[in-house]
Design a protein around this ligand. Structure first.
Ligand code: SF4
Length: 378
């Protein structure tokens, strides 16, 4: 590790760079732990530019922990809709309820208490407590780990337990005890804009002269790649029922009461939000969807339904690559389906009264393409 004098210089130079060049982001203008917490959760797996409008809309509707704790979950999900990884929103609200119940609406200052909140891991707890309260906890996520691995020219997979522990020790040693919140943000900023995963811009780096990877000519070869989880191909068929008034229905998020309405294996992909009747198919999409609908809807079981194939769409969720095969079923009247909600399908935004995922939006978009255009696209 660096001797004390060099350590002091690294801290001084990185902080000076951060103070001068940091991006002006809405969550950097506050020390309110609620706002910092919200930004940290939204930023998980999501780009800064995508987060900003969601962050601002969310805060307009839920300006503090109590407003979030008391809101209907449906509304929280609706405002999250499009940002993906919806368990983040559910956990956020559960944590808000816990903060109101146990901590009088104030985000806890104690690290272990913060860590015990739903959806708050080591990184998030360290980020919130250091930025909001000035607590001395160093952050360590993939972004910061990459910077540390390059600074120390650390080889091997960073996520191996032993190496991660080593990185944690390095992060703790580097942390500036006088400005831990600012230091953590400076490390994150360096990783986000200069020491990027590909083609790090070492010529702009404020701490380049302390970087071992740069000295060894290894900057763009570290960290070493880890093996990716194999991609799973999934095909889903979905039915969009339409009546002559352009109305359709969606099935509710899965609950014990409604679980039969969605095959469990696709539950994580669609059924935690409002969704069209959807089933995983293997060979004969229309036939398998027909059988699924017959189980779900008595009228379809009795008379069948004509399924008109629409344009395919693609979707990806973590390691799953999904092919979506939407079908339109035009009927004189929508069938009665327990717990379903009827909505007008005039455009994709007409679904915005419900919490829906991007997958459902893609299916809706396919159903809105006029028949001739859909036929030409097939
Ligand atoms: S010199 Fe290059 S590799 Fe090293 S920390 Fe700076 S940007 Fe990253």
């Amino acid at each position: 590790m660096l001797p004390a004098r060099k350590l002091g210089l690294v801290r001084k130079q990185l902080l000076a760079w951060f103070r001068q060049f940091q991006r002006d982001l809405p969550w950097r203008r506050t020390r309110d732990p609620y706002r910092i917490w919200l930004s940290e959760i939204m930023l998980q797996q999501t780009r800064v530019a995508a987060v900003i409008p969601y962050y601002e809309r969310f805060l307009e509707r839920f300006p503090d922990v109590r407003a979030l704790a008391e809101a209907p979950q449906e509304e929280v999900l609706r405002l999250w809709s499009g940002l993906g990884y919806y368990s983040r929103a559910r956990n956020l609200q559960r944590a808000a309820q816990e903060i109101v119940a146990k901590y009088h609406g104030k985000f806890p200052r104690d690290f272990d208490e913060a860590l015990a909140l739903p959806g708050v891991g080591q990184y998030t707890a360290a980020a919130i407590l250091s930025i909001a309260y000035g607590a001395k906890h160093a952050v360590l996520d993939g972004n910061v780990a990459r910077v540390l691995a390059r600074l120390g020219a650390i080889r091997g997979g960073l996520h191996e337990a032993k190496r991660w522990r080593e990185l944690r020790e390095r992060a703790d040693t580097l942390l500036d005890p006088k400005s831990p919140g600012e230091w953590n943000q400076a490390m994150m900023e360096l990783g986000a804009v200069v020491c990027t995963p590909r083609a790090p811009q070492c010529f702009l780096c404020p701490i380049a002269k302390f970087c071992r990877a740069r000295q060894l000519g290894l900057a763009d070869r570290l960290p070493e790649k880890r093996k990716k989880r194999a991609t799973e191909e999934v095909t889903l068929a979905a039915a969009v029922f339409l009546d002559p008034r352009g109305r359709t229905f969606l099935l509710p998020p899965s609950t014990l009461k409604t679980r039969r309405a969605t095959k469990n294996e696709i539950a994580p992909l669609v059924s935690k939000m409002w969704h069209f009747p959807t089933v995983r198919v293997r060979k004969h999409a229309a036939g398998e969807l027909q059988s699924f609908l017959a189980e779900l809807i008595p009228a379809v079981a009795n008379h069948g339904v004509r399924l008109e194939p629409l344009s395919e769409a693609r979707h990806a969720v973590t390691y799953r690559k999904i092919t979506l095969l939407p079908f339109r079923a035009t009927l004189a009247a929508l069938p009665a389906v327990s717990c379903a909600k009827v909505v007008a399908l005039t455009d994709v935004s007409s679904l915005s009264s419900l919490a829906v995922s991007n997958l459902t939006r893609k299916i809706a978009r396919a159903a809105l393409v006029p028949r001739a255009a859909a036929a030409a696209a097939r």
